[in-house]
Structures are given as C-alpha cells and as structure tokens.
Design a protein around this ligand. Structure first.
Ligand code: ATP
Ligand code: MG
Length: 587
C-alpha cells in the first residue's frame, strides 16, 4: 500500500538547526528523518527508519549469503568480562558503566568481543565445529568525547558487528576475505561510492585491517592514496617510501640561544625567529613510566604519528604527563633534542626528515628560549649515551612518496569510515581462555576476526558522499537530499497538485502499478500549495518524482522527474509506471 503524506509524520523544516555543522546532519533533521533528543542521541522518524531498515535488510542478506549466522547479544554486559580482558581500562571513559540496585556494575556494550567469546566458548570445543562467523545488528553505546555531526558520531547507534572464529591463520584469512567481499557488495548495493584503505594493523601485522571509506570533504578520516592507484591508507597507518637521512654535516653556525617570550605555538616561534616550520625541530616528550622517557623529534611542519612511534618503541607511548616530565628535567614547550645529551634514561627517536644536516631551530631546554643552528652531530650524537634511532614516525602528508616505491605520489583526501574489518588474532580468546582441540587432540587458542558496519552512519554517508568530478554521485544539493534508490525511504514520490477526482484516481492507480513492480511509493496528498510540495520533495530527496496535475491529466500525461535531473519528462499516463521502473533502474 502506498503511504499518504498527510497520514504519516514528515516534519520538514526550512530552518537550519544551529548545532548542525555538516550537510547530512542539517538535512536529516530538516527532512524529518531524525530528531535530536540529547547530545549524540536521536529519534528516528518514519522516513529515517524506513531508510535505516533498508540498509539493515541489505546488510542481513549479504551477511547470510556469506555464511554468517545472526544472533542478538545483550546491551547490558557484566563488567567482569571487561575486566577479564583488561578492556575496562583501555576503553576508559568511552565505556558507559551503570550500577544496578545491588550495586553491581555493567557496561553498556560499545562492541561485543567479550560477550561473543563468552558465548562461543560455552559451546565450541573442537576444531570440527570451526570455522564459525556470528553477527548481529544492535544498539551500541559509546560515550564519545565529542558526539557530533548528527548520526555520524553519536553516543547510541546501530552497528552490524560480526566475529569469526578459526583454528588456523589460513582459516582466518578465508573468513576475513568472505567478510571483506560481503562488505564490498553491501556498499555497492547501498549505492555508496567507497574505497578500501589499509588501516592500523592488529597484532598479526601486515595489512590485517581495512576500513571502508565513503569519499566526502566532510569526512573525519584522512586518507592518502597513491596517484598510481595501487595504495590507499588511513593517515593513522600510511607509510612512505624510504626517505634519506643523515646526521653528518658541518654545523651552520654556533649554537645560539634566543629569548622568545610569549610564543606558545610553533607558528609563533617561527614568526618571532623568522624561521620556516620546516626548519624547526618539534621535540615531544613521551613515556615516563618504567620504560623511561622517549623523546620523539619530527620537523616543525610534520605531525608525530603515535602508532608508528609505538611500533618503533615496542610499547604504547603517550605524551608524557607534564608535571612528571618537568620534574624529570624536561622544560615542556621548550624541549630540544639535546636534552638527552648525557642521560641514560632517555631514548631519542627521530623522523628521517628531521635527521638532516641543515639549519635547525629548536627548543633551548629553558623556558621562553629557543636555539638556532642546532646540529645533530655536534649537539647530540657526540654527547648521547646511545645514538638516536632514526625511523618513520611522522604522519604522511600530501606529496609524500608512495610506500610502493614506484614513483607514485601520495595524495590526500577525506572520507567517512562506514565499515571496518580486522584480524584480531588470539587477543580475546587467550585472555578469556577459549581453546579448542585440534586434529591431534592438542588444545589451541582460537583465532578471531571482527567486522563492523555503522548502520546509521551509512545514511549520513549517503547524503555526504561526494566523488570529485562525478556530480551523478553527489548525495545532496542546495535543495536537499538525493538518495540512492536502494536505501531511499521510498523509491517514488507521486506529487499531486490536488488530490481529488481524476487526479486522485490516477495517482492511486499509478502507485499500485509501481508497487506491483516492487518499488515503494509515497503520495503527496496534502492540500498545500504546489510550491511547498515541490520544495519538500527536493528536501526529502526521493529519487524519482511523478507529478500529476489536472490539466496534464486531461491531456493524458504526467511528469516524471528524477530528483537529480533538471527537467521533467512528459509521459503518457498509461506508460508512466513502466517509465518510472525504467528510470529507477538507471538511477
Ligand atoms: P571511529 O574511528 O570513527 O571512532 P571506530 O574505529 O571507533 O570508528 P569501530 O569500533 O571499528 O569504529 O566500529 C565499527 C563501525 O561503527 C565504524 O566503522 C563506524 O561506521 C561505526 N561507528 C563507530 N563509532 C560510531 C559512532 N560514535 N556513531 C556512529 N557510528 C559509529
Ligand atoms: Mg571510535
């Protein structure tokens, strides 16, 4: 049965909500898809929910096709599970924890590795029962530091999460590939342009994690792609081709201390000293625990990449606690690499581009002072207890050489992460004691993979999608949303100029024909002025609109217009259903 606009709830609005920074957030509220209830918490209205259900249906079909089994796990999770795997601390304040009336604590699940492992551990004892992949579509709770951009980063959201269990690494490879392929089909079917990028690796190393990104200038993720088309990675992980480094070379002058008052940032210092950021050394003090201090040095115009540094150091290294660092002799804000001279509790790790024999300015290890003519050989290497480690520790930037080392140049774009596949290894199965008997009756820990899709985020990403130079794949324009057919709340909107008499009859008949062909229809039967209805039609973004007016109908025709098209096409009323179905196929 087609839906009548006047009988549903589509509270469209011309007002741009004050707190909505990105188009999808503005349009989802203005088109009456969602309503904000609190920070990062949204109601789904009938239109929004229809779109959401369509995404879920596609996801379910493809998960089932890939052989995954659907389950439904609770949101309320015993906190002990999170303590057993050490994740209560790792997740930190992003984990919602609530206490029941007996003062027992529970987590509101932000993800379900612990719970699924607890479940599978109870029933799977032998390699014969493997492999198995389970999935669910369920609410997740994350106390995000900055819930923002509407449903792109909310505190309660729907995720499809799947978990695979295998005995061998080869088994995991196959399970992973099955999910990877299912993801490609899901995003393809949802009508989303996407790119698969290498993401930060799991414990198994190599390219053991991929993210599925929808290209959009509003995306929170930075992606680097080789212009040769053979490499793409999230900036968190992106490597570069080898870069030359050398500490050897004569100093450019005497080490000169400069008083630099009131310069809190690198930019301020550069302006004050008349030095380019590329000639500054940024020195960051990290660590400070039992493993000692790590002083990381990158060029002033580069950013330290903490996961790369972690790999080099072999342990997590956060920026040091400022008070502790000061007490240990680091003048935070004014540290230079030569702070390590003569100390055996400091490891210096330097990025290739910072390890050059050229003019450098850097901190003077003294408040409000910097130095000029820092020289690696003279000022540190000669005096250090252990030589600095030179490694790739900065985030890649636009223009860097591709790590494929084939002359490719990395170009920076932005994207929205809609899915993530990850080879987990035995992290959870080991900490939760999940082993099975292998063919020779030996107990072996099970190898896991985990696979997530942000269901709500897909809706927003469909609206934010933007492929450079391809206007046909843009998810919105100035007038409103432009849905891909597969996940649009309705495929067809029949706008009647006045829903009565012959027009009403024609609209109902046409709707029935189109629905019989498998597409859902919304009829705008409201008594409003045509201008208002056309504006709402564009705002809501149903991919195909059929307009029926009294005059045209008297001549035997209606107008068919794809949301994206500039002009409507006049079609004989008897052929309108067939033409509509044809158009939908091409959209
Ligand atoms: P992000 O880096 O964006 O925070 P994540 O790495 O925390 O994402 P995962 O834990 O891999 O995300 O979750 C799987 C998927 O769930 C993500 O790919 C994303 O599509 C979705 N997702 C994650 N956090 C949120 C959120 N706060 N709101 C909506 N969707 C989310
Ligand atoms: Mg996150």
């Amino acid at each position: 049965m087609p839906t009548k606009w006047s009988r549903t709830l589509i509270p469209t609005s011309r007002q741009v909500p004050g707190d909505a920074e990105v188009p999808s957030h503005q349009l989802m509220i203005r088109a009456g898809l969602i309503r904000k209830l609190g920070a990062g918490v949204y109601d789904y209205l009938p239109l929004g929910l229809r779109a959401l259900h369509k995404v879920m249906a596609i996801v379910r079909e493809e998960m089932d096709r890939a052989g995954a089994l659907e389950v439904l796990l609770p949101t309320l999770q015993p906190i002990e599970l999170w303590e057993q795997t050490g994740r209560r601390d790792i997740y930190g304040p992003e984990l919602f924890v609530i206490a029941d009336r007996h003062a027992h604590e529970h987590a509101l699940g932000p993800t379900h590795e612990e719970v699924i492992t607890e479940l599978v551990r109870a029933y799977i004892e032998s390699y014969r029962q493997l492999p198995i992949t389970l999935y669910q579509i369920q609410s997740k709770f994350r106390d995000e530091i900055r819930p923002r951009f509407g449903v792109l980063r909310s505190r309660e959201f729907q995720m499809k999460d799947a978990y695979s269990f295998d005995l061998t690494v080869e088994g995991l490879e196959a399970s992973y590939q099955a999910m990877y392929d299912a993801y490609c089909r899901i995003f393809e079917r949802c009508g989303l342009p996407y790119e698969v990028v290498e993401a930060e690796s799991g414990p198994i190393g190599g390219s053991s994690s991929h993210e599925f990104m929808v290209p959009s200038p509003t995306g929170e993720d930075t992606i680097l792609k080789s212009d040769k088309g053979n490499y793409a990675a999230n900036v968190e992980k992106c490597e570069t081709a080898p870069r030359a480094d050398s500490a050897d070379g004569p100093p450019t002058g005497e080490l000169e201390t400069v008083h630099t008052p009131g310069c809190p940032t690198i930019e301020d210092v550069c302006r004050f000293m008349k030095v380019k950021p590329a000639h500054m050394l940024k020195t960051l003090v990290c660590g400070g625990g039992d493993d000692g201090w790590v002083v990381a040095v990158v060029r002033g115009d580069h950013d330290l990449n903490s996961s790369k540094l972690r790999t080099i150091v072999g342990a997590p290294v956060d920026l040091a606690d400022e008070v502790a660092a000061r007490a240990a002799g680091f003048e935070i804000g004014f540290v230079g690499p030569h702070v390590a001279a003569g100390r055996d509790d400091v490891r210096v790790v330097v990025d290739h581009d910072a390890m050059q024999a050229k003019f450098w300015a850097t901190g003077a290890n003294q408040a409000d002072h910097h130095v000029k003519h820092f020289n690696w050989q003279r000022d540190l290497v000669g005096a250090a207890k252990s030589p600095p480690v030179v490694a790739d520790i900065r985030s890649a930037v636009d223009g860097d050489p591709s790590p494929r080392d084939d002359g490719g140049v990395l170009r920076l774009t932005r994207g929205i992460e809609v899915g993530h596949v990850f080879k987990l290894g035995t992290k959870y199965t080991e900490s939760m004691g999940f082993e099975v008997l292998d063919e020779s009756n030996q107990r072996r820990p099970v190898i896991m993979g985990c696979y997530g899709i942000g269901i709500n985020r897909i809706l927003a990403a469909a609206i934010e999608r933007q492929v450079e130079g391809d206007a046909k794949r843009q998810g919105h324009d100035d007038d409103g949303v432009i849905w891909p057919v597969a996940i649009a709340p309705y495929s067809v909107l029949i706008t009647t100029i006045r829903y009565e008499g012959a027009v009403q009859e024609a609209a109902d008949r046409l709707a029935a024909e189109i629905e019989a062909a498998g597409h859902d229809v919304l009829i705008d039967d409201r008594a409003d002025r045509p201008g208002v209805k056309f504006k709402d039609a564009d705002l809501v973004g149903i991919p195909l609109r059929i307009t029926i007016g009294e005059k045209g109908l008297a001549d035997g025709h209606v107008e068919v217009k794809p949301r994206r098209a500039d002009k409507a096409e006049t079609v004989p009323v008897g052929e309108a259903a067939r033409r509509a179905v044809e158009c939908l196929r091409d959209l």
